[in-house]
Design a protein around this ligand. Sequence first.
Ligand code: HEM
Ligand code: HEM
Length: 193
Amino acid sequence: MPARYTATAITLHWLLALLLLGQFAFGLLVADIPRGTPARGLYINLHKSSGILIGLLILVRIGWRLTHRPPPLPASMPAWQRHAATLSHAMLYLCMAVLPLSGYLASNFSKHGIKFFNLVHWPPWGPDDKTWYALFNLTHHVAALVLALFVLLHLLALAKHMLIDRDGLLLRMWPPRSAHRNHPRSDHPLETR
Ligand code: HEM
Ligand code: HEM
């Protein structure tokens, strides 16, 4: 299987997979802290701050992806699987974009705004409006749920490729050195600008 992702795509993929997993768990933890307690303010602002930084990295990833074509899928893949892969990757990107954006918007329709790493206070630019806050908060919640579902689907599809089709798809997204050791002919990045 000669086609593989470039080092930039691989780095962005795995860095964001790790960061999103951590941020997701952090969000669930924060949502459990009772409203009105000092701990909630502290941790929710940390969640907002790390979320904004992750959001910037997501922007870099989407910008990079829009200017670089991924390697072609294995020729053996049927058309429906190609469509499913394209659609599910698009959904993953959509959730990645909507999560930080909806969190940021919700924060600006509440009186709290954002205390960036509890150091700098960014006051909200929107009104303290319960309806808009609830709408963006619901969007955040739904996007988190949809992301979890599509990551699960992503892993199931990968398991099928690795265990049933045995086409080594994971190696396309694996750092070149170890992939090279196992599959010496798979080390030629084919991504183009
Ligand atoms: C970058 C990726 C992000 C992920 C994966 C993420 C994930 C989550 C999750 C799983 C929850 C708990 C589920 C819920 O109750 O909605 C949550 C809650 C929350 N997130 Fe995020 N988040 C991200 C970014 C942000 C950003 C950038 C902000 C604001 C600037 C933010 C603000 C909030 C707030 C305020 C809550 C609490 C909602 C509540 O308890 O009512 N999040 N987040
Ligand atoms: C938060 C978690 C994750 C997200 C958001 C995510 C997102 C994505 C996206 C958007 C792509 C498509 C890249 C493109 O062509 O533009 C992709 C590809 C890929 N991902 Fe993930 N991923 C996650 C976790 C994982 C995990 C845990 C694994 C493996 C255990 C994995 C393995 C792969 C592989 C092998 C590909 C390449 C598929 C191909 O060759 O077409 N991903 N991922």
